[in-house]
Ligand binder design. Structure first.
Ligand SMILES: Nc1ncnc2c1ncn2[C@@H]1O[C@H](COP(=O)(O)OP(=O)(O)OP(=O)(O)O)[C@@H](O)[C@H]1O
Ligand SMILES: [Mg+2]
Length: 207
């Protein structure tokens, strides 16, 4: 079996930056790495981007936003395909799988939108549990500063209050899911990378 590592955190926390660095770290040590993300690049992921992340402008009915429940189900459908077609086969082939977001994002964001956490957890029960989930934690103000240079259309990014709740939710999830390890994402890129590598080395040793 391979090793499954997930990067989580609010928008702009540094997930994509760190995922790439971690991929290189593994490759330099001779591992075969699959770097992936959610929403995926499959038809389901594209549907999510079109219906949800555009703020519903191209929504199903006359630009109306889709319901929070429908949104959660779409993310879960995308994830089911992701797990079945990519994550499981890659782990079975002994590879390292690094995913930029996973079901913890659904829990943190959709719980913040008012959905029932237990329902969300049940809905995602099929999702194989990672060996390690790195939670990149930092104040929303700082993450917004980092994203300022980037033009962002998704409705998630615009709402400071939502991001604040999402951050809180992630921290609560870290108390519930022991695989979640909190990393201080306020530090510079290299220090954050070193924190992640220390966690990864501990996981590899355990295996
Ligand atoms: N430790 C850091 N210190 C300062 N800036 C950083 C740090 N890590 C990443 N950045 C910068 O912050 C911005 C957001 O980083 P990145 O795209 O990796 O975040 P993300 O978590 O993937 O965001 P999103 O959720 O929107 O995909 C980028 O411009 C990146 O270069
Ligand atoms: Mg990213």
């Amino acid at each position: 079996m391979g090793t499954f590592i997930v990067l989580e955190g609010i928008d702009g926390a540094g997930k994509s930056t760190q995922a790439k660095l971690l991929k290189v770290w593994f490759e330099e040590r001779g591992y075969e790495v699959v770097l992936t993300k959610e929403p995926t690049d499959t038809a389901f992921g594209r549907l999510i981007r079109r219906l949800v992340l555009t703020g519903g402008k191209e929504g199903i009915i006359d630009g109306a936003k889709i319901s929070h429940e429908a949104e959660a189900l779409l993310f879960a459908a995308d994830r089911a395909e992701h797990v079945d077609k990519l994550i499981k086969p890659s782990l079975e082939a002994g590879k390292i799988v690094i995913s930029d977001r996973y079901f913890y994002s659904s829990l943190a964001y959709q719980w913040a939108r008012g959905l029932d956490l237990e329902w969300l957890i049940d809905l995602n029960r099929f999702a194989v549990r990672p060996d390690l989930v790195v939670l990149l934690d930092l104040p929303v103000k700082e993450s917004m500063k980092r994203l300022r240079s980037r033009s962002i259309k998704s409705e998630f990014d615009r709402i400071y209050e939502l991001q604040r709740r999402v951050r809180e939710n992630y921290l609560k999830l870290a108390e519930r899911f022991p695989e979640i390890k909190i990393v201080n994402a306020l530090e510079d890129v290299d220090s954050v990378h070193r924190q992640i590598v220390a966690l990864v080395e501990a996981i590899l040793e355990e295996k």
